[in-house]
Design a binder for this molecule. Structure first.
Ligand code: SF4
Length: 505
């Protein structure tokens, strides 16, 4: 598919390139076999996949990495993280063991291999992206390593041929006292390895190894740390190499936009765009019920609704953000026009029809040319789009309050919407200070739906697939509405239906 070193083809060579010769040239692509579930990703894939697979596989992996990062931001323990991620991994990045009889096993391993390398390309652009990607991939590898069948794990480690220097019997006897002191339950017959101390920083930091002459003496039971350290250092080297080769990739105008798109979405919340599954089939959504159901809106939309109700007006981007959100929750075009007409109560019918009606119809795809998504209109904005595009100016009400409000104004707004818990407000301030806007929003959601979430988990078996991190205002609304109107929950939201992924809006 692509090589670590991407060959440069200058314009002269390109002009002389003979398609006939190329047609009869030997096939350079080879099919990779995957004897193990785990992969150190030391060689890039070379066979072809479609552009759709290229993008979708990367998005699926990105979703897992984003959830892993969220778990770490939220200080979840390793066990909590595994419990949270298991259903998502089953859905988006399954990886069956050799003992499984699943016929999907080769395809799963291929997807895992390719998606890793695609994201490598996307995230090797900057130091920050490389660091985050390496950290998250290492966590994913560690999780999988720990969960692997012990026989398969041993066979995988053996296949790596890692150059760990075994500590000989004689040396072990000489250092017995030190090894016992460092390694706790030392046994005479246990195997030990010597490695450069920089390769096992975790063990050094937690004083679980003996250090001498720049080497760390590692007992075999700490194999996990050794393999993870190997994974991490290989990946860091690989990312460096990829970053140097990247300028040459800019020749490919099919891949570059996809890769840019992926890396942009890693900077702010994960991928998501609203789909028809975010609209409720319920008749509760109409022009008349919007003010009442606004209790289920995320802070950005609550703020737009409050501003609209008090000033009877919203500026352009506020109207656009709110119209598309309302469309996404299931408000029909007729109801939307009625809603905006009633809300703009200080202007005449003529002025409304002349200045505003067309825009509502355009957002719904009722008018407008090809650019208007072939009659479907525009998709509701995701958090990512709201966070980074159309920065609000004075007098604007659009945007995300977690990002665009001062901390004092954000606190007041939250308090006005009933969030008064000091600990929650403190955590929100901390998250906002670290630019984790969507994490703050998710914390507020969990706080304000604490009882309902508990009940959904206890009585209906909701898990991570239904309660994954919210990265779209329409998902926020739908989940809130279904949790509070619990009877409809299962009928309207099947497992994993909470958020569908598309290219991103
Ligand atoms: Fe709205 Fe997303 Fe900001 Fe929450 S994080 S307030 S849903 S834009």
């Amino acid at each position: 598919m692509f090589r670590q070193e991407i060959p440069r083809i200058d314009s002269k060579r390109r002009a002389n390139f003979d398609p006939k010769r190329r047609q009869f040239a030997p096939e350079a692509h080879t099919l990779v076999e995957y004897p193990h579930r785990l992969n150190l990703y030391d060689s890039p894939p070379t066979s072809e996949i479609t552009l759709e697979q290229f993008e979708q596989w990367a998005i699926d992996r990105l979703r897992i990495l984003a959830e892993l990062e969220t778990c770490s931001f939220r200080n979840k323990t390793q066990t909590e993280t595994i419990t949270h991620l298991e259903p998502l991994l089953r859905k988006y990045l399954p990886l069956s063991s050799n003992s499984s009889s699943s016929s999907a096993r080769p395809a799963e391993r291929q997807k895992d291999h390719y998606s890793h390398f695609i994201l490598r390309l996307a995230f090797s652009r900057t130091e920050d992206l490389r660091r985050r990607f390496a950290k998250l991939e290492t966590s994913l590898f560690r999780m999988r390593f720990m969960q692997d069948d012990s026989r398969e794990r041993a066979s995988f480690v053996e296949s790596l041929n890692l150059e760990w220097e075994a500590v000989g019997e004689e040396e072990r006897a000489v250092l017995a006292k030190e090894l016992i002191a460092a390694g706790g339950g030392y046994r005479e017959d246990a195997r030990w390895f010597k490695v450069e101390w920089e390769r096992v920083p975790e063990l050094v930091e937690s004083r679980r190894v003996f250090l001498k002459g720049g080497k760390a003496y590692v007992p075999v039971r700490e194999q996990l740390s050794l393999v993870v350290a190997e994974f991490s250092s290989q990946l860091e080297r690989g990312l460096e190499l990829t970053s140097r080769a990247l300028p040459r990739l800019d020749e490919d105008d099919r891949l570059t936009p996809i890769l840019n798109h992926l890396s942009t979405h890693f900077s702010t919340p994960a991928f998501a765009s609203s789909t028809s599954s975010d609209a409720l089939a319920s008749s509760a959504i109409s022009a008349a019920t919007i003010p009442a159901i606004a209790q289920h809106f995320p802070l950005c939309m609550k703020h737009l609704q409050t501003t609209l109700a008090t000033t009877h007006h919203l500026k352009h981007f506020g109207r656009l953000q709110y119209t598309l959100f309302l469309k996404g929750i299931g408000l029909s075009l007729d109801d939307a026009i009625q809603f905006w007409r009633q809300s703009f109560s200080s202007i005449t019918d003529d002025r409304f029809n002349k200045d505003y009606r067309y825009n509502v119809r355009h957002a719904y795809g009722d008018v407008g040319g090809d650019a208007n998504r072939r009659g479907r209109g525009y998709s509701p904005f995701s958090c990512q789009k709201i966070l980074i595009e159309h920065h609000p100016n004075t007098g604007d009400a659009h945007g995300c309050p977690y990002r665009h409000f001062s901390v004092d104004n954000l606190t007041s707004l939250l308090q006005a919407t009933g969030v008064t818990d000091r600990d929650v407000l403190k955590e929100v301030r901390e998250d906002v200070g670290k630019s984790r806007y969507h994490i703050a929003c998710n914390k507020v959601f969990e706080h304000t739906h604490k009882a309902e979430i508990k009940r959904a988990k206890d009585e209906e078996g909701w898990g991570a697939a239904e309660l994954d991190t919210i990265v779209h205002p329409n998902t926020y609304f739908k989940r809130s509405y279904l949790l509070k109107n619990f009877g409809q929950a299962k009928a309207e939201e099947g497992p994993g239906d909470a958020m569908e992924i598309e290219g991103g809006n």
